[in-house]
Design a protein around this ligand. Structure first.
Ligand SMILES: Cc1ncc(COP(=O)(O)O)c(C=O)c1O
Length: 381
């Protein structure tokens, strides 16, 4: 079955058993279930542990990622915390691609301070260095995004998975940017795919959400245990909100891609742009690797402007690009990562990933491309 068909039949594929044959996911907005009134193989008792609405979305997400199980969480960062709870313990070591989401960077600081977890940041495109690190240190978890955000590097997930596996480390990929409509980390060898559903997955930006998909049943059971023990499970109404966007994900992603390719081509030639970084552009040094891992390029671009003044003027002057955090919604967005999504990074660590105060991140929405290009042209005058 193709991903488009799976997502279009979300309720049915999620295993919903509705007496009225509801076409979309019914919301079981209840804390408890009466044990005396249920029969059959699946019994529900308490929504924190299990809920039919959440079960359906988890089933579809697990299928979409080709995983064994999925746990849906209140937020994307909650799903990353759940990953850490499942795989790390006090004094563990974790290896993380240094170009990571600012919230992940902040959460790692918490684990460092509270649980003495040793955090190693590295450039995952340097495979030799990664191999050496994996052979000399004993990592419980290796984590990266691909494409990285906001650096837009592509990580060779197949190679990383092989290296992590041969050194006994679990390997997790944050798939928020690419999404399962484009990239399947578990098929490339990862043990976990974790993502924020706040972004492309829902696309409407009405709530925050996340999910953690495990390749093996064994890992999935541990994840479900911690999701329940720590109360990380997503509430049924938010599951419903997220589910509204899911069937249109592949279609939306293709539109984001088409517009982003045109915006990239325009910005690459602009005299005020020092460098444009977009994996969908043939000029991206890892374009071929990107194509081998992703079916569709997401609509997020990173632009290094000629100076800070130009960057600030661009952000302040656009009409259709709101100065907002997050990405992947119908409306276009623009931000200076150093000020918003990556404000938790130290200045030194931001420079180490090549992000400057003159760096701008664009999320290309679903507006008409002519309006977006005209807007950028006016804002860059
Ligand atoms: C790559 C990535 N992962 C995880 C998250 C966290 O997701 P949420 O904001 O839903 O908690 C974000 C949020 O921006 C992100 O960009």
């Amino acid at each position: 079955m193709h991903i488009e068909t799976l997502l279009a039949h979300l309720a049915e594929e999620g295993g919903v058993h509705d007496p009225y044959g509801a076409s979309h996911l019914p919301i079981y907005q209840t804390a408890t279930f009466d044990l005396k009134k249920q029969s059959g193989s699946k019994i529900y008792d308490y929504t924190r542990s299990d809920n039919p609405t959440r079960d359906a979305l988890e089933t579809v997400f697990a299928k979409a990622e080709n995983g064994a199980t999925c746990s849906c969480t209140h937020t994307g960062i909650g799903a990353i915390a759940l990953l850490f709870e499942t795989t790390l313990r006090a004094n563990s070591k974790i290896l993380v691609e240094k170009d990571c989401y600012g919230g992940t960077y902040r959460l790692l600081q918490v684990y460092k301070d509270k649980y003495n977890v040793e955090v190693f940041f590295a450039d995952f495109t340097d495979l030799l260095k990664i191999q050496n690190l994996l052979e000399t240190e004993n990592f419980d978890l290796v984590l990266c995004e691909s494409p990285t955000n906001p650096g837009m590097k592509i990580i060779d997930l197949r190679e990383l998975a092989k290296l992590a596996k041969s050194n006994g480390s679990k390997f997790a990929v944050d798939n928020s940017l690419a999404t399962f409509a484009s990239q399947k980390p578990l098929d490339l060898g990862a043990d976990f795919s974790v993502f924020s559903a706040t972004k492309y997955i829902s696309g409407h930006g009405s709530t925050v959400a996340g999910a953690l998909v495990s390749k093996s049943e064994e890992d999935g059971e541990k994840v479900a245990y911690f999701a329940n023990a720590e109360g990380r499970s997503q509430n049924p109404f938010d599951v419903f909100l997220i589910s509204l966007g899911v069937p249109t994900l592949p279609l939306r992603l293709k539109h984001h891609e088409q517009s982003a390719i045109q915006v990239a081509a325009y910005l690459e030639k602009h005299s005020k742009v020092k460098k444009l970084v977009y994996p969908g552009s043939k000029n991206h040094p890892q374009h071929e690797l990107a194509k081998s891992q992703m079916k569709i390029f997401p609509g997020v671009l990173t632009v290094h402007l000629q100076d800070v003044k130009t960057a600030e003027k661009l952000v302040a002057s656009t009409r259709w690009f709101g100065e907002k955090a997050s990405f992947g919604t119908a409306d276009s967005r623009i931000e200076i990562p150093a000020k918003i999504s990556h404000a938790s990074f130290s200045e030194e660590d931001l420079l180490a990933i090549g992000i400057f105060p003159s760096t701008v991140r664009l999320s290309i929405g679903l507006e008409h491309i002519d309006d977006l290009l005209e807007d950028l042209e006016n804002a860059l005058k």
